[in-house]
Design a protein around this ligand. Structure first.
Ligand SMILES: C[S@@+](CC[C@H](N)C(=O)[O-])C[C@H]1O[C@@H](n2cnc3c(N)ncnc32)[C@H](O)[C@@H]1O
Ligand code: SF4
Length: 346
């Protein structure tokens, strides 16, 4: 690992030894990068000039902001950032009464192919480094001057398809010496890569796992999410039960409602039957239509009905409050519309 912002303190200590400097410098560098959020060695004023010179061989990841859109309705901000290789990614800042929440991307694109998702239309370009995940939060905090207290890994990409980098990201984000965000204030959303859910459970982290379910049975799930051809719903739900057993953390099920596809009374009844024994919470999200697909969002009435049906079976349900509905709606759309525009200008 030569990416300095992705290094743990222990790795930085080893690097100091390699560079012929004192291991205690590691803590200073770590604090500059992850607490003070500086983007260059010149700002690390308590390091000697010669050490700063040596360190310049290890470039500091610093995303460049390309564009920001601000919602006039609720102050939500969508950021477009450029990575050092020219790729662009999207992150969102949501301002709630209880604090600021940032939704980050974990990959450039996604290879999972969910039918309603704008993030997957161009396929997967590459995984993000831990530093590139962290820097989305760091730059937003630095640009706004406002503290970020919650992080959700729900932007472009499948985080469990970038598993090692995700774990490193979580450790640096939540450990002492950096932003030190509580694991309880972190949510990671997955389309359901079963073996990785078992691996994650064994880490016994205190974060929330959100599972994108979106259907009450395998037939309907396969229509929406190709990953359902690989893992059955029974397998996914069993992995979620295991996650709860190992961590004590209640699972959140994400359920995007598509009119006439997965929003009927029968769908609600079938879903209830499968998850009523679980310690879980269901988040209902009316699907955000994207122009490449013909999916239509469920009516407000259908969403309410679905909620009531689940509640009657004793299931905890919320309807996700829509944030920033006046700015490029669905996840991945800002990035896509930006890329289409730059392509057409070439
Ligand atoms: C973009 S994904 C990223 C995290 C992970 N790959 C996953 O699928 O859970 C985050 C959530 O957004 C949902 N989503 C994607 N496109 C959507 C759309 N057009 N409308 C509503 N929800 C959508 C996904 O199903 C998932 O629950
Ligand atoms: S919903 Fe998640 S897993 Fe599915 S294509 Fe979009 S980003 Fe990938």
């Amino acid at each position: 690992m030569t990416d300095i912002k992705s290094m743990t303190i222990d790795e930085l200590k080893k690097l100091m030894t390699t560079l012929g400097d004192k291991p205690f410098r590691a803590k200073q560098i770590y604090s500059w990068l992850h607490e003070h959020l500086v983007t260059s060695y010149d700002e690390m004023t308590n390091l000697s000039k010669s050490l700063r010179e040596k360190l310049k061989e290890y470039p500091v990841t610093a995303l460049k902001m390309v564009k920001v859109q601000t919602s006039r309705i609720d102050g939500t901000q969508k950021y477009l950032f450029r990575l050092s290789d020219g790729n662009v990614i999207e992150s969102v800042l949501m301002r709630y009464k209880h604090g600021n929440s940032v939704c980050i991307s974990s990959q450039v694109g996604c290879r999972m192919g969910c039918r309603f998702c704008a993030s997957t239309i161009g396929g997967l370009t590459r995984c993000l480094l831990p530093s590139e995940m962290l820097d989305q939060i760091y730059r937003i905090q630095a640009l706004t001057g406002e503290r970020v207290s919650n992080v959700v890994v729900m932007g472009t990409g499948e985080p469990l398809d970038n598993y090692e980098n995700l774990l490193r990201f979580i450790h640096i984000l939540t450990e002492d010496g950096g932003l030190h965000i509580s694991q309880r204030n972190l949510t990671v959303s997955t389309c359901g890569l079963v073996p990785k859910i078992y691996d994650l459970a064994k880490e016994k982290l205190q974060m929330t796992l959100a599972l994108s379910l979106h259907a009450p049975n395998d037939v309907k799930r396969r229509e929406l999410m190709p990953i359902a051809n690989k893992y059955s719903m029974d397998e996914v739900l069993e992995a979620c039960r295991y996650y709860f057993k190992e961590t004590g953390r209640r699972i959140t099920f994400e359920y995007s409602l598509v009119a006439g596809v997965n929003d009927s009374d029968e769908d609600a009844r079938e879903l209830s039957g499968r998850i009523r024994d679980m310690n879980c919470h269901v988040n209902l999200i009316p699907v955000n239509p994207i122009k490449e697909r013909s999916f239509v969002r469920s009516t407000r009435q259908a969403v309410e009905n679905f909620k009531i049906k689940l509640e009657k079976c004793g299931i905890n349900v919320t309807i996700r409050r829509e944030m920033g509905s006046d700015i490029d709606g669905a996840c991945g759309q800002l990035r896509k519309s930006y890329m289409e525009k730059t392509e057409s200008e070439k």
